[in-house]
Design a protein around this ligand. Structure first.
Ligand SMILES: NC(=O)c1ccc[n+]([C@@H]2O[C@H](COP(=O)([O-])OP(=O)(O)OC[C@H]3O[C@@H](n4cnc5c(N)ncnc54)[C@H](O)[C@@H]3O)[C@@H](O)[C@H]2O)c1
Length: 253
């Protein structure tokens, strides 16, 4: 494994499980120092212990990214505890519900947008001054193919993930002058425990058969893309939305 992130302080939100945990591990393999942020202390502590047991410089931070003041305090704490400004931010945390229109409740939508859109504005706002002080940085935001190709029962989720694309590309314009890149990953179906749990075996088989790749993606495949975008190898990639879906959204002819 190369060392593209050597000594860089990398913040990963939603790092307690799934894609976020895979990204934290990959960043550790590439020499990064990882601030693992999650709202679930119960899941975060064992996840970070696992990273530390592999020799990575990882610390847990139990924070709700939807709370602006808490997020600003978090970034000040991370800079102090790592004794270096943040170089990389991955906005991966999500609160997602998939429901038909008539069943969508105010509380659900408010929570989804607090975590998945407002939270990205607060983390970007808090990280940008630190990145500027160190001469630049990279922000990677997790959207979804649902932003463009919505699945059933995903009105709120599609709106959320389209919002991620808009705020990321607008941030890229504003932050370019500070040498901060902002890019988006739009995964298709990734085989995390949370995503698999939504479906029965027959649905999983149908979905996989729809995909040119014939399978769901692995969290590690998204982590590899995140590491590339976080690194200087992606130095000319700005405001891009990169799909990683095994060809799922290629229109059938
Ligand atoms: N898994 C997939 O198939 C898939 C597909 C497309 C896009 N994505 C996107 O990738 C990202 C990760 O997906 P996943 O399947 O690994 O998710 P997941 O549900 O397994 O993990 C999300 C993590 O975010 C944390 N979290 C929730 N609310 C939070 C808050 N307020 N503050 C901090 N942390 C919070 C959760 O505790 C959890 O650990 C998400 O943005 C998701 O929308 C996933």
């Amino acid at each position: 494994m190369n060392s593209r992130l050597r000594d860089r302080v990398c913040v990963v939100t939603g790092a307690a499980r799934g894609i976020g945990l895979a990204i934290a591990e990959r960043f550790g393999q590439e020499g990064g120092r990882i601030a693992c942020v999650d709202v679930s202390a119960r899941r975060l502590e064992p996840a970070v212990e696992g990273l530390k047991s592999k020799g990575f410089d990882a610390k847990p931070y139990e924070v709700d990214v939807g709370k602006r003041d808490d997020v600003h305090a978090l970034f000040a704490r991370i800079e102090s505890e790592f004794a270096a400004p943040v170089a990389v931010l991955v906005n991966n945390a999500v609160f997602a519900r998939f429901e038909p229109l008539a069943q969508i409740e105010v509380e659900t939508v408010d929570r989804m947008f607090a975590v998945g859109v407002h939270g990205l504005i607060w983390t970007t706002q808090a990280a940008a001054p630190q990145m500027e002080r160190r001469g630049g940085g990279s922000i990677v935001n997790l959207s979804s193919v649902s932003a463009f190709n919505p699945a059933k029962d995903s009105i709120a989720y599609s709106a959320l993930k389209a919002g991620v694309v808009g705020l990321s590309r607008a941030s890229a314009i504003e932050l370019s002058a500070k040498k901060i890149r902002v890019n988006v990953i739009a995964p298709g179906m990734i085989g995390t425990p949370a995503s698999i749990a939504q479906f029965d075996e027959a649905t999983i088989a149908t979905r996989q058969a729809e995909m040119p790749a014939g399978r769901f993606g692995e969290p590690e495949e998204i982590a590899a893309l995140a590491a590339f975008l976080a690194s200087d190898d992606a130095s000319y990639i700005q405001g891009a939305v990169i799909t990683a879906d095994g060809g799922w959204t290629i229109p059938a002819r």
